[in-house]
Ligand binder design. Structure first.
Ligand code: NDP
Ligand code: 8X3
Length: 252
């Protein structure tokens, strides 16, 4: 069977990086994206013995950069079979009255507008080919609001709404749209949220076994392995120690 081309945003760490590693062994060619070029090149060097890999370094917040990067794709790379909209982060965890406007802009621009910019261009190509699969990485924060999560939760609620809307709009063209909504996954996520405060970041996972990027990669592969007539629409996944956005058993 011909290999499928998968484009992963946010492939330089965490969930995206783990997904790149797994899919490199499962019959996919990789288009790896992120801002940190050095990490992209290192991952490309590591995975190129397993599959074909190219890298695109751009900031998803900037539509001109998105369009420029995608327009550089030529030949067979222009056929993107799978788009994984994974790039995203939380910035800060503050009550609304103390929120930092730059943090709010970052979350809305990356998590929502970046996903839109990517999806517009790639879905147009998928429509031409009348096939494709878009996987949006949402969050439990897109299903439940939690204290101080305000704008991050709003950005992930937007991802939830966009996933449902995209599934409707792309339905006539046979394009699948899936959302995966994880609870706590130990990646660089908390380090970014707490602006490099490693102690505060590691406290988030204290007393429990969190999910790993590899756990989400397994679920992505499962969604991509479904037969043509099956779409996994909406998957929520927690570590076993977590029961909701706010209920976590830290007895381990
Ligand atoms: P990481 O911080 O480890 O990875 C985030 C990725 O997003 C990096 O590769 C980063 O690449 C990329 N990224 C961030 N900003 C931009 C930007 N402006 N332009 C391009 N790429 C960008 O976190 P995770 O792996 O945990 O996060 C991946 C997704 O999973 C996010 O959407 C997050 O909201 C979601 N999620 C995470 C959970 C968790 O607990 N960890 C739970 C639920 C959802 P670079 O900096 O090189 O550009
Ligand atoms: C990441 C999970 O609970 O920190 O989306 O919002 S949470």
């Amino acid at each position: 069977m011909e290999k499928r081309n998968v484009l992963i945003t946010g492939a330089t760490s965490g969930i995206g990086e783990a997904t790149a590693r797994l899919l490199s062994e499962k019959g996919f060619n990789l288009i790896l994206c992120g801002r940190r070029k050095d990490r992209l090149e290192k991952l490309k060097a590591e995975l190129s013995s397993k599959t074909e890999v190219i890298t695109l370094s751009f900031d998803v917040r900037k539509n001109e950069e998105v369009l420029d990067a995608l327009s550089g794709l030529t030949g067979k790379w222009r056929k993107i079979d799978v788009l994984i909209n994974n790039a995203g982060n939380a910035h800060g965890l503050d009550p609304i009255q103390n929120g930092d406007v730059a943090d709010w802009d970052a979350m809305i621009d990356i998590n929502v507008k970046g996903l839109l910019y990517m999806s517009k261009q790639v879905s147009a190509w998928m429509i031409e080919g009348k096939s494709g699969h878009i996987i949006n990485i949402g969050s439990i924060a897109g299903k439940e609001v939690y204290p101080n999560g305000n704008v991050y939760c709003a950005s992930k609620f937007a991802v939830d709404a966009l996933t449902r809307g995209m599934r409707m709009d792309l339905n006539p063209y046979g394009i699948k749209v899936t959302s995966i909504n994880p609870g706590m996954v130990e990646t660089e996520f908390s380090l970014i949220r707490f602006k490099g405060d490693a102690d505060r970041a590691s406290n988030v996972y204290k007393g429990l076994t969190p999910l790993k990027g590899e756990d989400i990669a397994d679920i992505i592969l499962y969604a991509l392995s479904a037969p043509a007539h099956v779409v996994l629409a909406d998957i929520t996944v927690f570590p076993t120690a977590q029961a909701s956005a706010t209920i976590v058993n830290r007895s381990n």
